[in-house]
Design a protein around this ligand. Structure first.
Ligand SMILES: C[S@@+](CC[C@H](N)C(=O)[O-])C[C@H]1O[C@@H](n2cnc3c(N)ncnc32)[C@H](O)[C@@H]1O
Length: 373
């Protein structure tokens, strides 16, 4: 199997913003490139940052993505937009004209240390403009681009993020971050927000020659409601389901993204909720919920559809991931056809390596099943 995306002219858009536990683009791309035929629909019911949707786009295939996290939905939507750097920059300028002063700026020590005052005001204006209207492709592209630029390392020579020194993949815990900045006397510095937008718009949208087709849906993939919102032609026609459910024990998707969630309209503080997320109380309960997803997914699939998913666990939870896989497929209409260790084919880029700093991931497996429902 062609296990790389080498030879592809441009895949920059996939990196518009990092996401926890994203899988490498080569995983869905290689499967779809080798086996999918023209016009076949692709689905990812836990789409995260939309890696599968982007792989489908690169191959000219229409796709649907589902995720219950607003951050995941915003990032995935950007993987399907058709726009240009000029339009994205124009969208930012338009918003800054529409919102000359922010209605609301979060206050407190964290915010004073996290962003320069002027930078925070511009970020708030962009946030308010996008919350009021994020309908066009250019605005959706801008929103994801801003989520990717919101927090990250300061960089030695050039500023490419809006924040003070931070991780880029997950948001800082406020108390910890303030102590860190104070100890090192790291004060937030002014950055050129529009300049960063221009550069990122060029990087992510400048060379993109493919067209996005399909839809990203915000919803709970265990529940029927979200499947009723499928785009015309997709329901009953899904041929490929390429996904990775949350790993057992990995349940901090929302709190770890609290700053991006704030940008999308959430509260200016860590959100400890788990709304719409798979519960992780025991391996049996976890498997039962994934099972519900496989059953729902089967209902929108064409006969003979293929399900491929990458799965693992984290070391701090004692559970056998393969047992969870077997239980999750039992009696669903999906027949397990192959288990393949994910191995180290993508050394250094495996999903495991993107998992939380303290919880190392266990071995990962790629699971193949066929819809015989
Ligand atoms: C392992 S990540 C997927 C990462 C994705 N493969 C990528 O490359 O970005 C699992 C995703 O499942 C989502 N999720 C968890 N429970 C869900 C549910 N009940 N319905 C829909 N999405 C859910 C999480 O928000 C998270 O984005």
């Amino acid at each position: 199997m062609d296990n790389t995306t080498e030879g592809l002219a441009h895949t920059a858009l996939n990196g518009i913003a990092p996401y926890f536990t994203m899988f490498p683009l080569s995983f869905p791309y290689a499967i779809l490139k080798e086996r999918a035929r023209e016009g076949e629909w692709v689905l990812d019911p836990f789409c995260g940052r939309g890696t599968t949707n982007y792989a489908a786009r690169l191959l000219g295939l229409p796709s649907v993505g589902i995720d219950s996290s607003p951050v995941a939905v915003a990032l995935s939507e950007a993987k399907l937009v058709n726009t240009t750097p000029e339009r994205v920059i124009r969208a930012a300028e338009e918003i800054l004209e529409e919102v000359p002063v922010p209605a609301e700026v979060p206050e407190g020590e964290f915010w004073e240390w996290a962003f320069d005052t002027e930078v925070l005001a511009v970020v708030c204006r962009l946030r308010e403009g996008l919350l009021a209207n994020c309908r066009s492709h250019a605005r959706k592209a801008l929103r994801a681009l801003l989520l990717g630029a919101l927090h990250g390392p300061r960089g030695k020579t050039k500023r490419t993020y809006f924040s003070n020194q931070c991780q880029r993949t997950y948001a800082p815990k406020p108390n910890y971050a303030v102590t860190f900045w104070k100890r090192r006397d790291l004060r937030p510095e002014p950055v050129d927000v529009l300049g960063i937008i221009r550069e990122r718009a060029d990087r992510y949208f400048g060379g993109e020659r493919t067209r996005g087709r399909g839809k990203i849906l915000r919803g709970d993939s265990r529940e029927e409601a979200v499947y009723r919102r499928f785009p015309a032609g997709a329901s009953g026609a899904i041929r490929w389901v390429v996904t990775s459910p949350p790993y057992y024990g990995m349940n901090t998707y929302l709190p770890d993204q609290w700053l991006r969630l704030w940008f999308l309209g959430g509260a200016p503080e860590v959100a400890y909720g788990a709304e719409g997320q798979i519960r992780h109380s025991s391996p049996g309960e976890f498997a039962a919920q994934i099972r519900r997803v496989w059953m729902r997914v089967g209902q929108v699939c064409a006969p003979g559809a293929q399900l491929v998913f990458r799965f693992g666990g984290i070391r701090s939870r004692k559970a056998d991931p393969l047992e969870i896989v077997r239980l999750s497929l039992e009696g669903t209409g999906w027949r397990l056809t192959e288990l393949r260790p994910a191995g180290t084919a993508d050394a250094g880029r495996r999903q495991a390596l993107h998992i939380a700093r303290t919880d190392r991931a266990k071995e990962e497996t790629d699971v193949f099943a066929r819809w015989e429902g």
